[in-house]
Design a protein around this ligand. Structure first.
Ligand SMILES: [Zn+2]
Length: 181
């Protein structure tokens, strides 16, 4: 019997939208802080707010208003200056949590695409406005377990302050491929 090939034609448009949303969702990844010990499971007062770094919660408006019910607790996309204040005391300066939280606190959260390339791994940070040509790159060097961040302009094909990761050119190819998917 001849097999009918799935042509991807939807008779119900809602179904098509669902599939499209699922695809968009899978392109991006959620990111969580590196695990910390339970000794950090205590609520501390930071600049008038009650913060728990272990549970990754804060009472401030920035935190409570941007928290989405479907989101898992301790998603780094939902952090604030108070959590970052405590995180700086616990996480090394060039840990993934510190570097990404610093960027999110200073420039706002962004959606992240994860990629691995040879001995490197990195996240491409895409802002809410797709017209904006800048993407953030969170870059990990396995050798010394060192995270750093960079900005890349996808239209002018240049790195901010001329500061680029060690495999800069190959990485640019990876960025364009990831963004096109
Ligand atoms: Zn807060």
């Amino acid at each position: 019997m001849k097999k009918t090939k799935d042509t991807g034609v939807f008779t119900d448009l809602r179904k098509a939208v669902e599939v499209k949303n699922a695809k968009i969702k899978s392109k991006y990844t959620d990111i969580y802080p590196e695990t910390i010990t339970e000794q950090w499971d205590k609520t501390m007062r930071v600049k008038g707010e009650m913060v728990n770094l272990y549970r990754f919660t804060c009472t401030c408006e920035q935190f409570t208003q941007s928290f989405l019910p479907e989101q898992q607790v301790s998603n780094l996309s939902n952090s604030c200056i108070h959590l970052f204040y405590l995180a700086k005391k616990h996480y090394p300066k060039h840990s993934r949590t510190s570097v990404i939280m610093r960027s999110f606190t200073e420039h706002g959260a962004c959606k992240l695409i994860y990629r691995k390339y040879n001995e490197y791994e990195f996240y491409i940070g895409v802002g809410e406005n797709p017209e904006k040509p800048w993407v953030r790159i969170f870059f990990h060097t396995l050798e010394n377990d060192y995270w750093s961040d960079f900005s890349f302009n996808t239209v002018e094909k240049r790195w901010s302050y001329n500061s680029r990761p060690e495999c800069g050119e190959q990485l640019e190819m990876q960025i364009f491929t990831a963004l096109a998917q």
